[in-house]
Structure formats: structure tokens, C-alpha cells
Write a protein that binds this ligand. Structure first.
Ligand code: AMP
Ligand code: ZN
Length: 678
């Protein structure tokens, strides 16, 4: 097969898998197989750069952040939808529709889920995705083409060369939100309350690399340009599906008599939909009828959204307690009289922050309404003000941390721009705050991090409160013996031994797990692994100068500027440095094996430091060494076996090599070794 034919085949295969996975929700290959195909395609494109096209699956994520938003004027205005909340309002809509059509023409209706996300318009021209925009003010939207290109549910190429303009919704599946929130939690970021917020925040981001990290999907619900190939709206929807474009695939076409049944069918089924649905949209199905009905300045007259009611419950607020989290953020939580809501008993609800409490004017003793509208944690949405009995005291966030008594702070959003005001979060700034230390220890011990069994709440409380553990490194202190643990309350000799053994075992976790456990802002599990692979060891991370850190981290695939800054800042902090040194001294963490180091190869067991000017880029030489089973060292170390000296290699490097007895080889000799010639 020629490279071009192989390229075309790989592209087709990858896109077909994207379709099965993201559109049909029915993957036919494992993630490993899929990743393997993408890797093969990358390798092929590296060897044959002339084969790379703009719509290659490897080009979904563009390189650079845009400087600012670009406005695009669209041909057909993107309207909003009229709303109905009752059967009467629906009947009124029907009356207007019938009135607007010639006598005796009974319209049929397409009833479909109203997706809860952010609107998007996408244009395909000549079979290629050429533009994507937000709704904006309807007439002009923001160009978000690079962002939509990152969504693998959206094909970059379709088998139809005429211009097609589609409208749809960018959403996040509920199950993807759980994973995204877990990732955010690992990065020390506040979790998203619901998929809509997560999706709406992401579609307009300026850095497509950041967008690519969010599990966004587009789901199309309308054809604008290109619609006239069909007679009806539902035929267009079905046509989109045949082109491999994602649609909600859940519409029903009915007479007026069937509308109510179709709406309630969606209401009953929606809990099982993978996406959030906040209503049903009713559309007059025949385009001929739609044209006769036309539109107002705001809405099409041929469609209406019927909004479902979010389930609410009314209960009494007994108390507002505050929690101090791992990063020091102090969160108020509503303690409620237990009440049934959407099938569960709820006794706690989120109040987010001081601003939220102020806005709702919620006070202890109030009757409150709580709701679960796609949110994972129930929210207090309003106060039954009429039912307020007597004078209730306003809630005040404590001025001091409830755990350590340090005055709390609300930081400026941007130190250079005080006019932007303060963060909504209230924090305890004391790093040694017992509440924070406890949370950090729990976090450190979690399964995805250091995975320390038996480290229960009662034990951690005692360890911290008695001053035995002041940071996560203290867990490994030689003075924390099984005997010492057994002296604590409610600890038997056997369980003390078990905890001690678990802690000791965790010392051998690889660097990525350790980095996860430390909770570096912005750095989740995937990023921690990449960072660990780049550094190899904790010592190396500590050894880098800030410039070196920036250089190394910047080179990691998918790391945006925010992540780079977060890592640099974390490593520059004196407190963090001291903690990392302590961990190194205690022998915690194992060097990170590199996924791209071949298990076998002619360079197996050797470690190379590459220096000087070579004929290839240094990263490429590194990759070649690893592919041949060798290890790469950034600097000459005691365990380095070979110094690869290019042109202009400094004398200092050569002297150092001599001192350690390291073999010095040329680039040509290195490649000869790789071929097994030496
Ligand atoms: P609203 O934002 O309440 O004015 O509702 C109008 C919006 O609903 C549209 O701009 C679309 O983004 C969104 N929407 C969600 N699902 C559908 C659907 N099935 N058909 C039409 N619009 C929809
Ligand atoms: Zn505190």
C-alpha cells in the first residue's frame, strides 16, 4: 500500500471509530486499539508531512490560543424559541398555527427533546467543516471553529458537497461530567454544578487545547441551508444521521392529538438520556407549513418549547455549617430537615459561598425550596419569604477559620486589577490549618493517588490534632511506628500494623501517583502522568530552575499556559519545595517509567545524555533512543552510561563524563548502536 493510501485508510478508520463511539455510543474497538491507530497516523504523517491535510484526525486540536473573539455575521438569523409551561399555552400555540395555515391543512408535528447546553451553528462546504459560531445576538455570533473541531463527535468531513448549515447544541453527557468533575477535583478546581455550565463555559474558550480537555459533544437539531433537499424537518434530521452527523435521535412525528403523549414520553424517558433535557420542542414538520407561518422578530412561529418543571421540595433550614476544604476554601452547607426529592432523601444542600447566601437572603430557621435540576448536589434555590416567622438573624461567614482561628481572606480575582473585585471563595490562608491538613492527607491517600488503605477518619483526626502529622510527608516519618499508632485511641495492635504496612507500601507508588496526591492546581491524573514522565523523578523536578521547568512543561502535549504556570508556581513555592525535599529524603515515590521507552531493544539497560548540535532535533533523538529501549537523562548523572556529543560540545560536559567514566559517542555511533552494529 502506498503511504497515501495507508493515510486515507487510517483516517477513514479513525473517523469511523469516532462515529461509533461518540455518535452511536457503541464503540467497536478498545481505547488501546483506537489510540494505536492515532499513533500510527501520527507516525505516518511525521514521515510524510506532505500527506497531512487540514481535516486529518491529528489536526483536531489547533496549536495556539486565539488572541480574542472574532464576530461573524450569519446569513439566517438564529432565533430563540417561544416557551410554553401549561397545556393551555400549548393549545394556544396550536390555534395560532392552524390559523396561519390554509383551511383544511392539518399540520403534523415533530416532538423532540430540548437539549440543555449552548447553541452552535456549523457550516459544511465542499464536504468539509468550515465554520462554527455561537448564537451571540442571533445575527452575529462568535467564531468558535477551532473549538468545535476538537469535538470528535463532529466529523471534519462529510459525504455531501453542497453547503449545509446546521444548528445544534453543545452538551456534556452526564456521565462525562462525573469524570470531568473528578478530574477538576484532582486539580483543586471547583466542580461544575451541572453539564450546562460546564458546556457553556467551554465553547467560547480561546485556547482550543483547553477545550479539547472538556468532553464536549455537539448534537444537531435543525438544518438551515441545505434543508430544501427534503420536504420535512424530520426527514432532514434522518438525513443528518445518514451523513454520520450527531443528532438526538429521539424525535416523534405526530398529529396534534399525539403531541401530549409524545411530550410526556420524553419527560418519562429523559432521566435515562445521556444528556440533560429541560423540555420538549414542538416543531411544525413540513417546511411548506413553516414557510407559511414565518416568524416574529424573536421566535419562529412554527415552533415552541415546552419546559419541564424541575422537581422541588420545601423544607426547613436547621443550620448552616462551614467546611474547610483541602485548599482552604470555606464552604457553607445547609443542614435541612430530611425531605424526599427526586427519589432520594435529602438532608444537606449546597449554598456555594457567601455571595450566594446574600443573594438568596437565606437565614437559619427559614423554609427553603431545594431543587435537583441536573445538579449532582441539591441546591437551595429560594426562600419561602412569606413563611418567615419573626426576626431571623442574617448568616455571616465566620471571620476566622473554624478549625485554626486564622482570619479568613477573600482574595482579589486579579492582583493587578483590583477593580475586578474579590473571589467568591472565602479561604483560610494557613497552610498548617488542621482541617486542611486532614483533607490533604485524605486526598493524598485516595485510590487514584497514593492508595493508602486503612487510613480512616478517626486515625487521621488524632494524628493531626496531636501534632504527629503536620503534612503528608510526616506519614512516612520513622517515628510513626506501629507501636506509636497503637497508642492512639480506638487502635488495636493489629490494625496499627495494617495501617503502618499500607503507608510503607505506598512509598513505592510511581511519581505520577505522588504528584496526583499533592494536588497541584490544574494538574489532574492525565497531566500528572505526563509531567511525571517528563521529569522521571521527584529529584529532577526539584533540580529544574524555573526556566527549565517552564521549558520542559511547555513541551508536554496538551499543556496550556495556565497549566504551565500552575506547575511553575507550585514548584517555586518554598513550602512546597520543603515538602518535596522531605518526601525525597524519606524515599517516597518511584521513578516514572516512560510509556514510550520500548521494553526491549539494542539500547536496553543504557542511559544517554545528549548534548551539542546534532543533525536532528534533540527531542527526536530522545524519541529514537527510547524507541530502541534506552533511557534519556537530561544531565550527566552517575547512572548515565553514554554521553552523545554533537558539534560544539562544551569541555565541561566532556570533563564530567570522564570523571564518571562515561563513554562518549558521536551521533553516528549512537545510530550505529541502534542498528545493533556495535
Ligand atoms: P431558549 O434558550 O430558552 O430561548 O431556547 C432556545 C434554544 O433552545 C435554542 O437556541 C437552542 O439552542 C435550544 N434547543 C435545544 N434543543 C433544541 C431543539 N431540539 N430544537 C430547537 N432548539 C433547541
Ligand atoms: Zn484554618
Amino acid at each position: 500500500m502506498t503511504p497515501a493510501a495507508r493515510h486515507a485508510k487510517l483516517v477513514r478508520e479513525i473517523e469511523a471509530h469516532n462515529y461509533r463511539y461518540y455518535v452511536l455510543d457503541d464503540p467497536s474497538v478498545s481505547d488501546e486499539t483506537y489510540d494505536g491507530l492515532v499513533r500510527d497516523l501520527r507516525a505516518l504523517e511525521e514521515a510524510h508531512p506532505e500527506l497531512v491535510t487540514d481535516d486529518s484526525p491529528t489536526r483536531r486540536v489547533g496549536g495556539e490560543a486565539r488572541a480574542g473573539a472574532v464576530q461573524v455575521k450569519r446569513a439566517v438569523r438564529m432565533l430563540s424559541l417561544d416557551n410554553a409551561y401549561t397545556a393551555d399555552e400549548l393549545a394556544e400555540f396550536h390555534r395560532r398555527v392552524v390559523e396561519g395555515l390554509p383551511e383544511g391543512e392539518a399540520p403534523r408535528f415533530c416532538v423532540e427533546p430540548k437539549l440543555d447546553g449552548a447553541s452552535v451553528e456549523v457550516v459544511y462546504r465542499g464536504g468539509r467543516l468550515v465554520q462554527a459560531t455561537t448564537r451571540g445576538d442571533g445575527e452575529t455570533g462568535e467564531d468558535i471553529t477551532p473549538n468545535v473541531r476538537t469535538m470528535r463527535s463532529v466529523p471534519l468531513r462529510i459525504e455531501h458537497t453542497g453547503t449545509v448549515t446546521l444548528r445544534g447544541e453543545v452538551v456534556i453527557y452526564r456521565r462525562d461530567l462525573d469524570a470531568l468533575n473528578a478530574e477538576r477535583e484532582a486539580e483543586g478546581l471547583e466542580p461544575f454544578a451541572n453539564p450546562r455550565n460546564a458546556a457553556a463555559g467551554a465553547v467560547r474558550m480561546l485556547d482550543p487545547r483547553e477545550v479539547a480537555r472538556r468532553p464536549l459533544r455537539a448534537i444537531f437539531y435543525q438544518v438551515v441551508e441545505g434543508a430544501r433537499l427534503h420536504q420535512t424537518h424530520h426527514e432532514s434530521l434522518e438525513w443528518l444521521a445518514t451523513l454520520g452527523l450527531p443528532t438526538h435521535r429521539r424525535h416523534a412525528v405526530v398529529d396534534w392529538e399525539g403531541v401530549e403523549g409524545a411530550i410526556s414520553a420524553i419527560d418519562h424517558a429523559r432521566a435515562a438520556y445521556p444528556f440533560e433535557t429541560d423540555g420538549a420542542v414542538l416543531k411544525v414538520d413540513a417546511y411548506r407549513h413553516q414557510d407559511m407561518l414565518g416568524m416574529t422578530s424573536k421566535f419562529p412561529k412554527w415552533a415552541i418549547a415546552y419546559k419541564f418543571k424541575a422537581e422541588q421540595a420545601r423544607t426547613t433550614l436547621r443550620e448552616i455549617v462551614v467546611n474547610v476544604g483541602r485548599t482552604g476554601v470555606i464552604t457553607p452547607v445547609a443542614v435541612l430537615d430530611p425531605v424526599e426529592l427526586a427519589g432520594t432523601t435529602v438532608s444537606r444542600a449546597s449554598l456555594h459561598n457567601a455571595d450566594m447566601i446574600e443573594q438568596l437572603d437565606v437565614r437559619v430557621g427559614d423554609h427553603v425550596f431545594i431543587q435537583k435540576a441536573g445538579e449532582i448536589i441539591p441546591q437551595v434555590v429560594s426562600v419561602d419569604a412569606a413563611a418567615r416567622a419573626g426576626k431571623l438573624a442574617k448568616f455571616r461567614m465566620p471571620a476566622e477559620c473554624p478549625s485554626c482561628g486564622t482570619p479568613v481572606v477573600r482574595e482579589l480575582r486579579d492582583a493587578e486589577k483590583p477593580e475586578l473585585g474579590r473571589e467568591s471563595a472565602t479561604r483560610c490562608p494557613n497552610r498548617r490549618c488542621p482541617a486542611q491538613v486532614k483533607e490533604r492527607v485524605f486526598y493524598f491517600a485516595r485510590r487514584f493517588a497514593m492508595d493508602i488503605d486503612h487510613l480512616g477518619t478517626a486515625l487521621v483526626e488524632q494524628l493531626v490534632d496531636r501534632g504527629i502529622v503536620g503534612d503528608v510527608a510526616d506519614l512516612y516519618s520513622p517515628s510513626l511506628t506501629p507501636e506509636r499508632i497503637a497508642e492512639l485511641e480506638r487502635m488495636g495492635v493489629k490494625s496499627a500494623q495494617n495501617v503502618h504496612a499500607s503507608i510503607q507500601r505506598s512509598k513505592a507508588r510511581t511519581l505520577d501517583r505522588l504528584l496526583c496526591g499533592l494536588g497541584i492546581p490544574q494538574i489532574g491524573q492525565v497531566a500528572a502522568k505526563q509531567l511525571a514522565e517528563e521529569a522521571g523523578t521527584l529529584e529532577q523536578l526539584l533540580a529544574w530552575t524555573p526556566e527549565e521547568t517552564r521549558e520542559h512543561v511547555d513541551a508536554i502535549r496538551g499543556f496550556g499556559p495556565k497549566m504551565v504556570e500552575a506547575v511553575v508556581e507550585f514548584l517555586e513555592d518554598d513550602g512546597n519545595k520543603a515538602l518535596l525535599r522531605k518526601l525525597v529524603a524519606l524515599g517516597v515515590g518511584r521513578p516514572q517509567p516512560r510509556a514510550d521507552v520500548a521494553a526491549e531493544g539494542p539500547l536496553k539497560g543504557m542511559a544517554f545524555c545528549v548534548t551539542g548540535v546534532l543533525s536532528k532535533k534533540r527531542e527526536d533523538v530522545h524519541a529514537d533512543i527510547r524507541a530502541a529501549g534506552g533511557e534519556v537523562h537530561d544531565a550527566v548523572r552517575k547512572t548515565t552510561t553514554h554521553l552523545v556529543a554533537g558539534d560544539k560540545t562544551g569541555k565541561a560536559k566532556l570533563d564530567q563524563a570522564k570523571k564518571y567514566g562515561i563513554r562518549v559517542v558521536s551521533e553516528a555511533e549512537l545510530y550505529a548502536m541502534m542498528r545493533g552494529e556495535s
